[in-house]
Design a protein around this ligand. Structure first.
Ligand SMILES: [Zn+2]
Length: 357
């Protein structure tokens, strides 16, 4: 206690005197733009970590930076009261949920509830974070130790960002447009950094990494097989082309069927190209990025589908060209052409307007 008194005295004598005008100004009223919800942990200092001054953050602190869902609020709830005041009266622009590394609350949710028999209020409070525990057990059953702790800390922030959207007045403010925004921050005490979490990616990303790690070999098999099939198709096409050209030269171009055979061969090259794009796409998407010309760069599944769609259009066009050259059934060729045009138009529309993954 002595240390505390000493500190207050020191503050009054030095910092307060130096910043007297500032404190006079803020004594007239507060206009913070940020509602900052963080853990009670003594090692977390919101003003220090955000380098903000008194009056800039409206701070709510509790064990585990938890926001009870709106329908779970019973009787008197200080978190709900603070959110109400911040959103409806102070009209804050941002709501930040800030978690931190080595959070005791996030360790506690994995413990047996019996350990908290002597702390029933803490036990009941932490039950609000049980959905985080359940989610981790469901999606990352193999996560343990530090890895599970990190997932829990990040997922807890995202769960609270979801919980805050169960408050009708927050939803209304969010719907009004850009009057309010929400974000998550996690402070790493060891590394001294704050990571901003805005999207629901943590758990999915970590689980995807685990799944991909396990299925990496399977994807590699698919990539190698497609690549081998592509090379084989190219080589077969090249050999066949050489034979047809040789025949054309030998027959002095008198064999019209040879030209049709050449058109047919284009199918082989296009299929080889499609297999090549598939192999490259799978490698880029699931294994690692590679330096490639722009037309081969695949950022997501939509890119892969769009590129394969282009090859399908070419295959259909070549098939139509073959029918056109043969000219055996004019009416059939016409219908075939219309069908190809419709499919091509759909594929082009998908490529341009289809949602990006
Ligand atoms: Zn904590």
């Amino acid at each position: 206690m002595k240390k505390l008194y000493k500190g207050i005295h020191k503050f009054q004598e030095s910092y307060f005197k130096k910043e007297e005008d500032f404190f006079k100004r803020i004594s007239k009223g507060q206009t913070p733009e940020v509602l900052f919800i963080t853990c009670s942990d003594s090692r977390v200092d919101p003003n220090l970590v955000t380098q903000s001054k008194p009056g800039e953050l409206f701070i709510v602190r509790n064990v585990g930076n938890i926001i009870p869902p709106y329908d779970a609020i019973k009787d008197k709830n200080s978190v709900a009261a603070a959110i109400e005041f911040a959103v409806l009266d102070l009209k804050v622009k941002d709501i930040i949920v800030c978690g931190h590394s080595n959070c005791g609350a996030m360790q506690a949710i994995f413990k047996d509830e019996k350990e908290f028999d002597k702390m029933p209020h803490l036990r009941d409070w932490l039950r609000l974070a049980l959905p985080v525990k359940k989610m981790i057990e469901k999606y990352c059953p193999n996560a343990h130790g530090e890895s599970r702790q990190r997932i829990a800390e990040e997922e807890n922030i995202l769960a609270q960002l979801q919980n805050i959207q169960t408050y009708p007045f927050v939803v209304q403010a969010l719907k009004k447009g850009k009057s309010i925004s929400t974000a998550g921050i996690i402070i790493s005490k060891q590394a001294g950094y704050a990571l901003i979490i805005q999207r629901r990616i943590c758990l999915r990303r970590l689980c995807m990494e685990k799944i991909l790690e396990k299925s990496r070999n399977l994807i590699l098999i698919a990539v190698v097989s497609s690549l081998a099939a592509s090379i084989a198709a190219f080589l077969w096409g090249a050999a066949k082309t050489a034979t047809i050209i040789l025949n054309l030269v030998v027959s002095y171009g008198k064999d019209p069927l040879a030209a049709i055979a050449l058109i047919e061969l284009m199918d082989t090259f296009l299929i080889a190209t499609a297999l090549f794009i598939f192999a490259v796409g799978m490698y880029e998407l699931f294994i690692k990025d590679i330096n490639l010309p722009e037309w081969l760069v695949i950022h997501n599944l939509h890119d892969l589908k769009a590129k394969l769609g282009s090859v399908i259009i070419l295959v259909m066009a070549v098939t139509f060209l073959k029918h056109l050259v043969e000219w055996r059934d004019p009416q059939g060729t016409l219908f075939y052409g219309i069908a190809i045009a419709v499919v091509s138009a759909s594929l082009i529309a998908f490529s341009h307007f289809g949602g990006k993954d």
